[in-house]
Ligand binder design. Structure first.
Ligand SMILES: *Cc1c(COP(=O)(O)O)cnc(C)c1O
Length: 388
């Protein structure tokens, strides 16, 4: 399917039809698979042939989902996980040894940050941070034991944009594994492998499902690294449920058309907020005022679904804003068809100290909006009445 365009392969790359000649891929709710005879059983377990043995290892629905994402990202192989965090944790756990060092961008998903600070030290895995806004310092922060450089772009919730090509070149030069959490962009807007990433991680829970129904995660990249992640995961059991894989495969069929509308709505809301008297600042990658507008234009097809802004009047004004919102949901998810407003300081990033929050650009008045697929007039009307 390599020669087909993104939208076409998202739809047409599917499981082979069964004897029933179904048009849409069926759901394979089975924990295990049968063998023809003793020799088939022996050779299957010896991995002399590629086939399904047990759904902790592989399942047709998971394979279809993985195959779609690999094509979208330009990756050789992948493994699907029960959640985005299962993908993040299993990827690190499969690749890192005691004594290794992670060099991570400062602004990462809250739970990823907690892995660095709370759990990895137990296994003698050390993390230090680089600033996405000061990439000229990146190279000097590499240590002799640095195994992984890790980045997210756009970041959560600051929607900062990191120059992935720059980071990728430095990782390559020092022979370090470069991992990108591409969740905020989705594979439709940005393919980090083009910029030198060895592995790309997604929370499938966000734009990939896009309708707030299932938790999922996936890691794709080079066959060599995915083999290690697969070995670890087939033993430890973080595999995605086939039901969720089936839901996601259907969701990916509409990824391009959905994300186009998300981005169109988000840019309109960001533009509206920029001229609002009660707003201090607005950040959205495709606003000309964004610090890294040029990099965003270079590496992304459009700006994504997340807009962040600061309300004038700090915590008190923020509380009033959230209490006045009527249509948009107060929730912690993003990439949903329903627009969502979140207060990062008291929710997703509450585990960070105030100092750590400020370092990643989260003030008490910061509001994150995940712009959904409702009509833009209704989204703006609700935000406008809450702001006033
Ligand atoms: C949500 C999210 C995750 C974690 O995904 P879950 O599916 O919630 O476990 C990781 N990284 C980013 C950037 C996210 O937004």
């Amino acid at each position: 399917m390599e020669e087909k365009k993104f939208e076409t392969q998202a739809i047409r790359n599917q499981l082979e039809r069964t004897q029933y000649l179904e048009h849409s891929s069926p759901l394979f709710l089975t924990s295990s698979y049968v063998f023809e005879d003793a020799e088939d059983m022996r050779s299957s377990f010896a991995e002399e042939k590629e086939r399904n043995i047990y759904s902790r290892y592989s399942n047709p629905n998971n394979s279809e989902f993985v195959s779609k994402v690999c094509h979208m990202e330009g990756a050789e192989a992948g493994f699907a996980f029960a959640s985005g965090m299962a993908a993040v944790f299993s990827t690190f756990a499969a690749l890192l040894d005691s004594g290794d060092h992670i060099l991570s961008s400062r602004s990462v998903f809250g739970s990823t940050h907690s892995l660095y600070t709370t759990y990895f030290p137990k296994w003698n895995i050390e993390t230090s941070f680089f600033e996405g806004s000061r990439l000229e310092e990146l190279e000097s922060k590499i240590q002799s034991n640095t195994k992984v450089i890790y980045a997210e772009s756009p970041t959560n919730p600051g929607v900062d944009v990191l120059d992935l090509e720059f980071i990728g070149a430095i990782a390559k030069k020092h022979n370090i594994i470069f991992i990108v959490d591409n969740c905020f962009a989705s594979p439709y807007l940005q393919q980090p492998i083009k910029f030198g990433a060895d592995l790309v991680i997604h929370s499938g829970t966000k734009l990939m499902d896009g309708q707030g129904r299932v938790l999922a995660g996936i890691t794709v990249g080079t066959a060599e690294l995915i083999e290690k992640i697969y070995r670890f995961s087939r033993i430890t059991g973080p595999a995605l449920s086939p039901f969720n894989a089936w839901v996601l495969s259907k969701s990916l069929e509409t990824l391009a058309i959905r994300v186009d509308r998300h981005c169109e709505n988000a840019l309109k809301l960001a533009t509206y907020l920029e001229s609002h008297p009660n707003v201090n600042w607005v950040k959205y990658p495709f606003l000309k005022s964004h610090t890294n507008y040029d990099i965003a234009k270079k590496q992304m097809k459009a700006g994504g679904c997340v807009v962040s802004f600061e309300i004038k009047g700090g915590l008190e004004a923020g509380r009033k804003f959230f209490d006045s919102i009527k249509l948009l949901s107060l929730s912690a998810n993003l990439g949903d068809s329903r627009s969502i407003v979140t207060h990062p300081a008291s929710t997703t990033h509450s585990k960070l100290s105030e100092e750590e929050r400020l370092k990643v650009g989260i003030t008490d008045g910061t509001v994150r909006v995940s712009v959904g697929l409702e009509h833009i007039d209704d989204i703006i009307k609700d935000v406008a009445q809450a702001l006033s």
